[in-house]
Write a protein that binds this ligand. Structure first.
Ligand SMILES: *Cc1c(COP(=O)(O)O)cnc(C)c1O
Length: 252
């Protein structure tokens, strides 16, 4: 590594360390305010659009959970970082033709939203060496009362009414483990601009799910803009990108 690379790495490491410290403080304060233990909330750092080198620096800073939302980019980074003690989360919309690739590196898929995707995931994950694939049902709260399946919609997620069907399919599949639920605060509909209300609705849905599937305890909610609301509602996993890594240059 050249001297310039070393210096750039040290500067970037300092930036990432500062970002992590700020986010850590926000999480700790939100846990405090909610009367929750800090260890009940897991920080998942969303590294999409940032290079594998950032992932490596984050791992050196103690990050153990990273997330990506596009298979091609994720597969490349996961391979470049295969030596690191990281859990890989896939949080983007997932086409069935990408499933085989995703199953090769992901420990968690947060974006399971239709039975057909469950079938494809189960077929791909059956004999994988990493063990069962943790699956979360992505809930599209903005679709409440509209559609049973989110498959044909542009934005991912299943309407709340469709959650049991997807969850049952995951729970019945060999090679898959029903881990919980995920949401992104809606930008449209009744929950627009009210992330706290949206996350409380997700918690209701999570409680309903746990009655049938007690081990499905993960609640993935909250991003850079609304992690406090998510922690107040009861999220177990917050997915934070820009508040740690800085604003993304482009979505490519
Ligand atoms: C990008 C992304 C995040 C993180 O968003 P930030 O606003 O950068 O914190 C979280 N969840 C999903 C599904 C994402 O695509």
């Amino acid at each position: 590594m050249s001297g310039t690379d070393g210096r750039q790495d040290r500067e970037r490491a300092a930036e990432l360390a500062a970002g992590l410290t700020r986010v850590e403080e926000r999480i700790a304060r939100a846990c405090d305010a909610a009367g929750r233990a800090r260890e009940d909330v897991t920080l998942v750092v969303v590294t999409k659009t940032h290079p594998a080198r950032d992932v490596r620096l984050l791992a050196e800073l103690g990050v153990r959970h990273v997330a990506e939302n596009r298979d091609q980019e994720a597969a490349r980074k996961a391979e470049a970082c295969a030596d690191l003690p990281l859990n890989w989360h896939f949080v983007g919309q997932l086409q069935t033709n990408k499933v085989r690739s995703v199953v090769g590196y992901a420990d968690f898929v947060h974006s399971v939203d239709r039975p057909r995707l469950v079938t494809a995931l189960a077929a791909a994950a059956r004999d994988r060496p990493r063990g069962p694939l943790n699956c979360l049902v992505q809930v599209a709260l903005e679709k409440e009362g509209t559609a049973r399946s989110g498959g044909a919609e542009s934005r991912g997620g299943v309407a709340p009414e469709g959650v049991p069907e997807v969850a049952t399919a995951i729970a019945a599949a060999h090679g898959l483990r029903l881990a919980g639920v995920m949401t992104v605060a809606p930008l449209v509909g009744a929950y627009a601009g009210r992330p706290g209300v949206a996350f409380e609705r997700l918690i209701d849905i999570a409680k309903g799910l746990r009655r049938a599937h007690p081990a499905a305890s993960m609640v993935s909610a909250g991003m850079s803009a609304d992690l406090e609301e998510a922690i107040a509602a009861g999220a177990t996993h917050v997915r934070v990108g820009s508040a740690v890594l800085g604003v993304r240059q482009s979505l490519r």
